[in-house]
Design a protein around this ligand. Structure first.
Ligand code: AMP
Ligand code: MG
Length: 426
């Protein structure tokens, strides 16, 4: 252990100087601090070539351009008849002289007085300027009768109207979802240069915590936080690095934190409250951490801490499981976006109608486990019964958090409230 921080922690003077600093921010301010601070450290990331089959959720580190115009030919969007629009007037009859299937090479030129049967996705022949849907025609042998007037360009997507040749379609920093991957595949970009997932060290703390495959003693608990955090890191686009649990002892914490600082970011759970054995903040401080906040006006999650230690973003999340989950979503997720080379995604906040009246203490913004249902036109939300921030079972029934602003106490049925969606289940 570095001498400096042993000395800082062992000296009673040093210890008292390292008490919480209490810069209490709103959650929006705290989130902005994270974004600002981690944003400064964005820098170029290591990249790797990844197959489109495996690149879901990764952040692109290259430009992807079209290999040709899109669509590459005038494409029919309907099954019907390719016509000259001036000839396909109500009750007109045109001779059908052939058919064009999707994929067919089209050489025919449509001549006056005729039409060609055409399928969705097929190339519209030269001479035709409209496709009439088969539903608006009737046919007897070769003769097609038209019920309605066609107009120029109807049911045709012109060549090059979706994209020009060599047009940049995907840019560095874009996150690859299913549509982006399909676009890459469409233009033949089957290998994509992507930012490597930031490695996020996960360290739980607490003398009461045992590994999940151990049998806890009567007053011990299993390390569920490392499991929820690993899942949240994955969803946020990071690579979790599980460091296990550190007991509430300076030396153990110091050694594990030191290991965690080798990764791109470190997330700790527990040990950031005001208890005698809540040592995380002090150990971090002794290791050189600068804190940007160490309290947020939210419940659960008030003692959350964010700082930078040896150049790495470090989050000290309160150990109560629901607090850990909420504070991760608010503060850690945007940092993972930035460390991936992407802009931080906004919080998935949605407006809903309150279905059951609420009474909460004012002063802190509350994030209550809740269920939203989309029955009518406006989503309806109800807070679930819970036993506070240790109640994982309540959260496992929830699909969102109901956000009660800090200045509200009573909210009536029918009022509009904000809900924070659980991205993993909604
Ligand atoms: P702390 O923030 O360290 O005061 O922890 C608050 C409470 O959270 C503890 O008393 C435990 O009940 C719970 N807790 C702490 N760490 C974990 C963990 N890794 N997994 C599940 N629960 C935890
Ligand atoms: Mg603890």
């Amino acid at each position: 252990m570095p001498r400096l921080y042993r000395r800082a922690l062992c000296s009673p003077v040093g210890y008292s100087r390292l008490r919480k600093i209490h810069t209490m921010l709103t959650y929006e301010q705290a989130r902005n601090k994270v974004i600002e601070e981690v944003g400064k450290r964005k820098g170029p990331r290591a990249t790797a070539a990844v197959s489109v089959w495996d690149a879901l959720g990764l952040v692109l580190a290259q430009e992807v351009k079209t290999d040709r115009e899109y669509p590459p030919f005038n494409r029919s969007t309907r099954d019907g008849y390719a016509v000259r629009s001036s000839e396909a007037v109500p009750d007109a009859q045109l001779k059908c002289v052939g058919e064009i299937k999707a994929g067919d090479t089209v050489r025919d030129v449509l001549t006056s007085g005729t039409c060609l049967q055409i399928m969705t996705g097929a190339a519209v022949p030269e001479g035709a300027d409209a496709v009439v849907m088969i539903e608006y025609t009737s046919r007897e042998n070769d003769v097609v009768r038209f019920e309605r007037a066609a107009h120029q360009g109807q049911n045709i997507v012109p060549r090059g109207s979706e994209a020009a040749a060599a047009q940049a379609m995907l840019k560095p920093g874009m996150r690859l979802g299913y549509a982006e991957l399909a676009l890459a595949a469409q233009v033949g970009a089957v290998q994509l240069q992507c930012a490597q997932r930031p490695r996020v060290a996960i360290l739980s703390t607490g003398d009461e915590v045992v590994l999940i495959d151990e049998t806890p003693g009567p007053f011990q608990i299993r390390n569920s936080n490392s499991v929820s955090l690993a899942a949240q890191v994955r969803i946020a686009g990071g690579e979790p690095v599980i460091l296990g649990n550190a007991p509430d002892r300076i030396e153990d914490l110091g050694a594990k934190i030191e290991r965690g600082l080798k990764e791109d970011a470190l997330v700790l759970s527990g040990g950031v409250s005001m208890g005698k054995y809540d040592l995380v903040e002090n150990v971090l401080k002794a290791m050189g951490a600068e804190f940007l906040f160490d309290a947020v006006a939210i419940r659960p999650g008030k003692p959350a801490v964010f700082g930078v230690c040896q150049g790495k973003p470090v989050f000290g999340l309160p150990g109560n499981p629901v607090s850990t989950m909420v504070t991760f979503e608010l503060f850690v997720a945007p940092a993972i976006d930035l460390l991936s080379g992407a802009e931080p995604r906004s919080l998935p906040l949605v407006e809903a109608r309150l279905a059951e009246a609420l009474k909460e203490k004012s002063g802190l913004a509350h994030f209550l486990p809740a269920r939203v249902e989309w029955r009518g036109t406006v989503p309806e939300v109800k807070a679930l019964k819970w036993q506070g921030s240790g109640d994982i079972a309540a959260l496992a029934k929830a699909n969102c958090f109901l956000v009660v602003p800090a200045d509200r106490e009573n909210i009536e049925v029918g009022e509009r409230v904000s809900i924070l969606l659980r991205k993993d289940v909604v």
